[in-house]
Design a binder for this molecule. Structure first.
Ligand code: NAD
Ligand code: UDP
Length: 318
Protein backbone atom coordinates (compact mmCIF):
# COMPACT_ATOMS: atom_id res chain seq x y z
CA UNK A 1 0.00 0.00 0.00
CA UNK A 2 1.01 3.63 -0.42
CA UNK A 3 -0.02 5.57 2.68
CA UNK A 4 -0.11 9.31 3.27
CA UNK A 5 0.51 10.15 6.94
CA UNK A 6 -0.41 13.73 7.81
CA UNK A 7 1.51 14.88 10.86
CA UNK A 8 4.09 12.24 9.92
CA UNK A 9 6.95 14.05 11.66
CA UNK A 10 5.14 14.17 14.98
CA UNK A 11 5.21 11.75 17.89
CA UNK A 12 2.52 9.28 16.76
CA UNK A 13 2.98 10.00 13.06
CA UNK A 14 6.67 9.10 13.12
CA UNK A 15 5.94 5.75 14.79
CA UNK A 16 3.23 5.05 12.21
CA UNK A 17 5.65 5.82 9.34
CA UNK A 18 8.24 3.49 10.87
CA UNK A 19 5.81 0.60 11.31
CA UNK A 20 4.27 1.00 7.85
CA UNK A 21 7.70 0.91 6.19
CA UNK A 22 8.71 -2.09 8.31
CA UNK A 23 5.76 -4.08 7.00
CA UNK A 24 6.52 -3.13 3.39
CA UNK A 25 4.18 -0.23 2.73
CA UNK A 26 5.27 3.00 1.05
CA UNK A 27 4.84 6.20 3.03
CA UNK A 28 4.43 9.85 2.16
CA UNK A 29 4.70 11.85 5.37
CA UNK A 30 3.37 15.40 5.16
CA UNK A 31 3.95 17.90 7.93
CA UNK A 32 4.42 21.63 8.52
CA UNK A 33 6.64 20.94 11.58
CA UNK A 34 4.65 23.26 13.84
CA UNK A 35 5.00 20.75 16.68
CA UNK A 36 6.83 17.94 14.90
CA UNK A 37 10.36 17.77 13.58
CA UNK A 38 12.05 16.16 10.56
CA UNK A 39 14.52 14.69 13.05
CA UNK A 40 11.74 12.32 14.17
CA UNK A 41 11.84 10.58 10.79
CA UNK A 42 15.46 11.28 9.83
CA UNK A 43 16.29 7.59 10.43
CA UNK A 44 13.75 6.65 7.73
CA UNK A 45 15.10 9.02 5.07
CA UNK A 46 17.29 6.35 3.44
CA UNK A 47 14.47 3.78 3.21
CA UNK A 48 12.99 2.95 -0.17
CA UNK A 49 9.43 4.11 -0.37
CA UNK A 50 9.71 6.90 2.19
CA UNK A 51 9.12 10.52 1.35
CA UNK A 52 8.75 13.54 3.65
CA UNK A 53 7.06 16.66 2.35
CA UNK A 54 6.74 19.97 4.15
CA UNK A 55 3.26 21.37 3.72
CA UNK A 56 0.36 22.79 5.69
CA UNK A 57 -2.62 20.46 5.31
CA UNK A 58 -4.96 23.31 6.24
CA UNK A 59 -4.29 24.62 2.73
CA UNK A 60 -5.42 22.54 -0.27
CA UNK A 61 -2.75 19.98 -1.13
CA UNK A 62 -2.21 16.96 -3.27
CA UNK A 63 0.23 14.08 -3.41
CA UNK A 64 1.57 12.67 -6.66
CA UNK A 65 1.09 9.00 -7.48
CA UNK A 66 -1.32 6.44 -6.11
CA UNK A 67 -2.70 6.71 -2.59
CA UNK A 68 -4.32 3.72 -0.90
CA UNK A 69 -4.79 5.17 2.58
CA UNK A 70 -4.58 8.48 4.41
CA UNK A 71 -3.83 8.52 8.12
CA UNK A 72 -4.89 12.02 9.19
CA UNK A 73 -2.83 12.74 12.30
CA UNK A 74 -1.86 16.37 11.73
CA UNK A 75 -2.89 18.54 14.68
CA UNK A 76 -1.29 20.03 17.74
CA UNK A 77 -2.14 17.55 20.53
CA UNK A 78 -0.63 18.81 23.78
CA UNK A 79 -2.73 21.37 25.68
CA UNK A 80 0.31 23.67 25.79
CA UNK A 81 0.57 23.49 21.98
CA UNK A 82 -3.08 23.99 21.13
CA UNK A 83 -3.47 26.83 23.60
CA UNK A 84 -0.50 28.49 21.85
CA UNK A 85 -2.02 27.81 18.40
CA UNK A 86 -5.80 27.99 18.89
CA UNK A 87 -6.79 29.08 15.39
CA UNK A 88 -4.30 26.77 13.67
CA UNK A 89 -5.75 23.92 15.73
CA UNK A 90 -9.30 24.73 14.67
CA UNK A 91 -8.17 25.06 11.06
CA UNK A 92 -6.31 21.77 10.90
CA UNK A 93 -9.29 19.98 12.45
CA UNK A 94 -11.70 21.58 9.96
CA UNK A 95 -10.01 22.69 6.70
CA UNK A 96 -7.15 20.22 7.22
CA UNK A 97 -9.53 17.32 7.68
CA UNK A 98 -11.54 18.37 4.63
CA UNK A 99 -8.39 18.57 2.50
CA UNK A 100 -7.34 15.11 3.69
CA UNK A 101 -10.83 13.76 2.93
CA UNK A 102 -10.75 15.35 -0.54
CA UNK A 103 -7.45 13.60 -1.23
CA UNK A 104 -8.90 10.27 -0.08
CA UNK A 105 -12.00 10.79 -2.21
CA UNK A 106 -10.02 11.74 -5.31
CA UNK A 107 -7.81 8.62 -5.02
CA UNK A 108 -10.40 6.15 -3.76
CA UNK A 109 -8.32 5.77 -0.59
CA UNK A 110 -9.38 4.84 2.92
CA UNK A 111 -8.97 7.65 5.49
CA UNK A 112 -8.48 7.10 9.20
CA UNK A 113 -9.04 10.17 11.36
CA UNK A 114 -7.09 10.55 14.60
CA UNK A 115 -9.78 11.77 16.95
CA UNK A 116 -9.37 11.91 20.69
CA UNK A 117 -10.78 11.04 24.09
CA UNK A 118 -11.13 14.83 24.45
CA UNK A 119 -14.40 14.57 22.50
CA UNK A 120 -15.78 13.24 25.82
CA UNK A 121 -14.65 16.44 27.60
CA UNK A 122 -14.96 16.15 31.38
CA UNK A 123 -16.96 12.92 31.25
CA UNK A 124 -20.01 12.20 33.38
CA UNK A 125 -19.92 8.52 32.40
CA UNK A 126 -16.99 6.36 33.42
CA UNK A 127 -15.39 4.52 31.68
CA UNK A 128 -16.32 6.13 28.38
CA UNK A 129 -18.00 4.03 25.66
CA UNK A 130 -18.18 5.33 22.09
CA UNK A 131 -21.93 5.85 22.53
CA UNK A 132 -21.32 8.61 25.10
CA UNK A 133 -21.80 12.09 23.57
CA UNK A 134 -19.47 13.88 25.93
CA UNK A 135 -19.41 16.94 28.16
CA UNK A 136 -17.38 19.60 26.36
CA UNK A 137 -17.23 23.33 27.04
CA UNK A 138 -17.08 24.86 23.54
CA UNK A 139 -15.96 28.26 24.85
CA UNK A 140 -13.43 27.04 27.42
CA UNK A 141 -9.73 27.09 26.57
CA UNK A 142 -9.73 23.42 25.52
CA UNK A 143 -12.69 24.04 23.19
CA UNK A 144 -10.37 24.81 20.28
CA UNK A 145 -9.08 21.25 20.31
CA UNK A 146 -12.15 19.39 21.47
CA UNK A 147 -14.52 21.10 19.04
CA UNK A 148 -12.04 20.83 16.16
CA UNK A 149 -11.98 17.08 16.68
CA UNK A 150 -15.75 16.84 17.11
CA UNK A 151 -16.20 18.77 13.84
CA UNK A 152 -13.58 16.54 12.20
CA UNK A 153 -15.56 13.45 13.24
CA UNK A 154 -18.82 14.89 11.88
CA UNK A 155 -17.14 15.90 8.60
CA UNK A 156 -15.53 12.48 8.22
CA UNK A 157 -18.86 10.74 8.70
CA UNK A 158 -20.51 13.14 6.23
CA UNK A 159 -17.94 12.23 3.55
CA UNK A 160 -18.60 8.56 4.23
CA UNK A 161 -22.39 8.86 4.11
CA UNK A 162 -22.87 11.42 1.36
CA UNK A 163 -19.86 10.74 -0.87
CA UNK A 164 -19.08 7.11 -0.20
CA UNK A 165 -15.53 7.70 1.04
CA UNK A 166 -14.13 4.74 2.99
CA UNK A 167 -13.45 6.34 6.37
CA UNK A 168 -12.68 5.27 9.91
CA UNK A 169 -12.47 7.23 13.14
CA UNK A 170 -10.31 6.32 16.13
CA UNK A 171 -10.65 8.09 19.47
CA UNK A 172 -7.17 7.96 20.93
CA UNK A 173 -6.63 8.08 24.71
CA UNK A 174 -3.43 9.36 26.34
CA UNK A 175 -0.48 7.71 24.64
CA UNK A 176 3.19 8.03 25.50
CA UNK A 177 6.62 6.87 24.39
CA UNK A 178 9.86 7.93 22.72
CA UNK A 179 9.83 11.07 20.53
CA UNK A 180 7.46 13.04 22.71
CA UNK A 181 9.06 16.46 23.13
CA UNK A 182 10.42 16.72 26.66
CA UNK A 183 8.76 20.07 27.12
CA UNK A 184 5.60 19.57 25.11
CA UNK A 185 3.71 20.16 28.35
CA UNK A 186 2.02 16.77 28.66
CA UNK A 187 2.21 14.99 31.99
CA UNK A 188 4.55 12.10 31.14
CA UNK A 189 7.28 14.06 29.31
CA UNK A 190 7.07 16.78 31.97
CA UNK A 191 7.37 14.32 34.86
CA UNK A 192 10.22 12.38 33.22
CA UNK A 193 12.17 15.50 32.27
CA UNK A 194 11.73 17.00 35.72
CA UNK A 195 12.61 13.79 37.56
CA UNK A 196 15.74 13.22 35.44
CA UNK A 197 16.87 16.80 36.06
CA UNK A 198 16.18 16.57 39.79
CA UNK A 199 13.68 19.42 39.44
CA UNK A 200 10.34 19.52 41.30
CA UNK A 201 7.75 17.34 39.59
CA UNK A 202 4.71 19.50 38.87
CA UNK A 203 1.40 17.82 39.66
CA UNK A 204 -1.66 19.93 38.92
CA UNK A 205 -4.44 20.33 41.50
CA UNK A 206 -4.27 17.66 44.17
CA UNK A 207 -3.26 15.07 41.57
CA UNK A 208 -6.35 12.93 42.09
CA UNK A 209 -7.49 13.40 38.47
CA UNK A 210 -6.94 10.28 36.38
CA UNK A 211 -5.81 9.36 32.89
CA UNK A 212 -5.44 5.96 31.25
CA UNK A 213 -2.07 5.63 29.60
CA UNK A 214 -1.12 3.54 26.58
CA UNK A 215 2.30 2.78 25.13
CA UNK A 216 2.81 3.98 21.57
CA UNK A 217 3.55 0.51 20.09
CA UNK A 218 0.17 -0.80 21.26
CA UNK A 219 -1.53 2.27 19.82
CA UNK A 220 0.18 1.93 16.43
CA UNK A 221 -0.89 -1.70 16.17
CA UNK A 222 -4.53 -0.67 16.70
CA UNK A 223 -4.32 2.14 14.13
CA UNK A 224 -2.96 -0.22 11.49
CA UNK A 225 -5.70 -2.74 12.22
CA UNK A 226 -8.25 0.05 11.80
CA UNK A 227 -6.60 1.14 8.54
CA UNK A 228 -6.70 -2.42 7.23
CA UNK A 229 -10.40 -2.80 8.11
CA UNK A 230 -13.56 -1.21 6.71
CA UNK A 231 -14.95 -0.17 10.08
CA UNK A 232 -16.27 3.37 10.31
CA UNK A 233 -15.93 3.74 14.06
CA UNK A 234 -15.59 5.74 16.13
CA UNK A 235 -13.51 3.19 18.03
CA UNK A 236 -11.79 3.98 21.33
CA UNK A 237 -8.09 3.11 21.31
CA UNK A 238 -6.33 3.24 24.64
CA UNK A 239 -5.12 1.25 27.58
CA UNK A 240 -7.69 1.01 30.38
CA UNK A 241 -4.78 1.22 32.86
CA UNK A 242 -6.13 4.21 34.83
CA UNK A 243 -3.91 6.11 37.23
CA UNK A 244 -4.07 9.35 39.20
CA UNK A 245 -1.55 12.02 38.24
CA UNK A 246 -0.10 12.00 41.76
CA UNK A 247 0.48 8.23 41.58
CA UNK A 248 1.96 8.60 38.10
CA UNK A 249 4.37 11.29 39.33
CA UNK A 250 5.42 9.10 42.29
CA UNK A 251 5.91 6.13 39.95
CA UNK A 252 8.14 8.09 37.58
CA UNK A 253 10.18 9.52 40.46
CA UNK A 254 10.72 5.95 41.71
CA UNK A 255 11.62 4.55 38.28
CA UNK A 256 14.13 7.33 37.66
CA UNK A 257 15.60 6.90 41.17
CA UNK A 258 15.19 10.67 41.44
CA UNK A 259 15.22 12.77 44.58
CA UNK A 260 12.83 15.29 42.99
CA UNK A 261 10.08 16.52 45.28
CA UNK A 262 6.46 16.63 44.10
CA UNK A 263 5.11 20.15 43.88
CA UNK A 264 1.46 21.05 43.35
CA UNK A 265 0.58 23.63 40.70
CA UNK A 266 -2.67 25.20 39.58
CA UNK A 267 -5.05 22.86 37.79
CA UNK A 268 -5.86 23.96 34.21
CA UNK A 269 -9.40 25.17 33.47
CA UNK A 270 -11.76 22.38 32.33
CA UNK A 271 -9.09 19.74 33.03
CA UNK A 272 -11.01 16.42 32.85
CA UNK A 273 -11.34 14.71 36.23
CA UNK A 274 -11.36 11.13 35.02
CA UNK A 275 -10.71 9.32 31.78
CA UNK A 276 -10.72 5.65 30.89
CA UNK A 277 -11.67 3.99 27.61
CA UNK A 278 -14.24 1.27 27.30
CA UNK A 279 -12.30 -0.83 24.77
CA UNK A 280 -14.96 -3.47 24.12
CA UNK A 281 -15.41 -2.29 20.53
CA UNK A 282 -11.68 -2.31 19.73
CA UNK A 283 -11.46 -5.81 21.10
CA UNK A 284 -14.56 -7.06 19.24
CA UNK A 285 -14.03 -5.34 15.87
CA UNK A 286 -10.24 -5.27 15.64
CA UNK A 287 -9.26 -8.14 17.92
CA UNK A 288 -7.00 -5.62 19.65
CA UNK A 289 -5.94 -5.40 23.28
CA UNK A 290 -3.05 -3.39 24.66
CA UNK A 291 -0.30 -5.86 25.59
CA UNK A 292 2.67 -3.88 26.83
CA UNK A 293 2.94 -3.56 30.61
CA UNK A 294 2.97 0.10 31.61
CA UNK A 295 5.94 -0.23 33.95
CA UNK A 296 8.11 -1.63 31.11
CA UNK A 297 6.88 1.10 28.79
CA UNK A 298 7.66 3.82 31.33
CA UNK A 299 11.16 2.39 31.78
CA UNK A 300 11.82 2.39 28.01
CA UNK A 301 10.48 5.93 27.71
CA UNK A 302 12.62 7.13 30.61
CA UNK A 303 15.65 5.45 29.00
CA UNK A 304 14.96 7.27 25.75
CA UNK A 305 14.73 10.66 27.48
CA UNK A 306 17.82 9.88 29.57
CA UNK A 307 19.86 9.25 26.41
CA UNK A 308 18.76 12.55 24.95
CA UNK A 309 19.36 15.40 27.35
CA UNK A 310 17.22 18.41 26.58
CA UNK A 311 19.91 20.29 24.60
CA UNK A 312 20.15 17.41 22.10
CA UNK A 313 16.43 17.22 21.34
CA UNK A 314 15.02 18.20 17.94
CA UNK A 315 15.05 21.97 17.43
CA UNK A 316 11.31 22.49 17.73
CA UNK A 317 11.49 21.12 21.26
CA UNK A 318 13.37 24.19 22.39
P1 NAD B 1 2.42 15.85 17.75
O1 NAD B 1 2.26 17.29 18.07
O2 NAD B 1 3.69 15.17 18.13
O3 NAD B 1 2.21 15.57 16.20
C1 NAD B 1 1.34 16.32 15.41
C2 NAD B 1 2.01 16.55 14.07
O4 NAD B 1 1.11 17.26 13.20
C3 NAD B 1 3.28 17.40 14.19
O5 NAD B 1 4.33 16.81 13.46
C4 NAD B 1 2.87 18.73 13.58
O6 NAD B 1 3.96 19.47 13.06
C5 NAD B 1 1.85 18.28 12.54
N1 NAD B 1 0.91 19.32 12.13
C6 NAD B 1 0.11 20.08 12.93
N2 NAD B 1 -0.62 20.92 12.19
C7 NAD B 1 -0.28 20.70 10.88
C8 NAD B 1 -0.71 21.24 9.65
N3 NAD B 1 -1.61 22.23 9.58
N4 NAD B 1 -0.17 20.76 8.50
C9 NAD B 1 0.75 19.75 8.54
N5 NAD B 1 1.20 19.20 9.69
C10 NAD B 1 0.67 19.66 10.85
O7 NAD B 1 1.17 15.12 18.43
P2 NAD B 1 0.84 13.57 18.58
O8 NAD B 1 0.74 13.25 20.01
O9 NAD B 1 1.70 12.77 17.70
O10 NAD B 1 -0.65 13.54 18.00
C11 NAD B 1 -0.91 13.15 16.66
C12 NAD B 1 -2.41 13.09 16.42
O11 NAD B 1 -3.00 12.15 17.32
C13 NAD B 1 -3.12 14.42 16.62
O12 NAD B 1 -4.13 14.54 15.65
C14 NAD B 1 -3.73 14.27 17.99
O13 NAD B 1 -4.89 15.04 18.13
C15 NAD B 1 -4.03 12.78 18.06
N6 NAD B 1 -4.07 12.28 19.44
C16 NAD B 1 -2.92 12.07 20.14
C17 NAD B 1 -3.01 11.61 21.44
C18 NAD B 1 -1.77 11.31 22.25
O14 NAD B 1 -1.91 10.88 23.41
N7 NAD B 1 -0.58 11.46 21.74
C19 NAD B 1 -4.25 11.40 22.04
C20 NAD B 1 -5.40 11.68 21.30
C21 NAD B 1 -5.30 12.09 19.99
N1 UDP C 1 -0.49 17.55 34.40
C1 UDP C 1 0.21 17.67 35.58
N2 UDP C 1 1.46 18.20 35.52
C2 UDP C 1 2.05 18.57 34.35
C3 UDP C 1 1.33 18.40 33.14
C4 UDP C 1 0.05 17.88 33.20
O1 UDP C 1 -0.26 17.33 36.66
O2 UDP C 1 3.21 19.02 34.39
C5 UDP C 1 -1.86 17.00 34.48
C6 UDP C 1 -2.91 17.74 33.67
O3 UDP C 1 -3.43 18.82 34.44
C7 UDP C 1 -3.92 16.63 33.49
C8 UDP C 1 -3.07 15.37 33.35
O4 UDP C 1 -1.81 15.70 33.94
O5 UDP C 1 -4.73 16.51 34.64
C9 UDP C 1 -2.84 14.92 31.92
O6 UDP C 1 -2.37 16.04 31.20
P1 UDP C 1 -1.83 15.89 29.69
O7 UDP C 1 -1.56 17.27 29.20
O8 UDP C 1 -0.74 14.89 29.64
O9 UDP C 1 -3.05 15.24 28.90
P2 UDP C 1 -4.58 15.65 28.71
O10 UDP C 1 -4.96 16.66 29.74
O11 UDP C 1 -4.66 16.20 27.33
O12 UDP C 1 -5.30 14.38 28.90
Amino acid sequence: MRVVVTGGAGFLGSHLCEKLLARGDEVVAVDNFCTGDPANVAHLAHEDGFELRRLDVSEPFTVDGPVDAVLHFASPASPVDYLRMPIETLRVGSAGTQNALDLAEARGARLVLASTSEVYGDPEIHPQPESYWGNVNPVGPRGVYDEAKRFAEALTLAYRQSRGVNTGIVRIFNTFGPRMRPNDGRAIPNFVRQALAGDPVTVSGDGSQTRSICYVDDLVEAILRMMDSDHSGPVNIGNPHEISMKDLADWIVRLTASSSPITFIERPIDDPTVRRPDTTLASTLLGWEPRIPIEDALKWTIGWFRDRPIGTQPLSAA
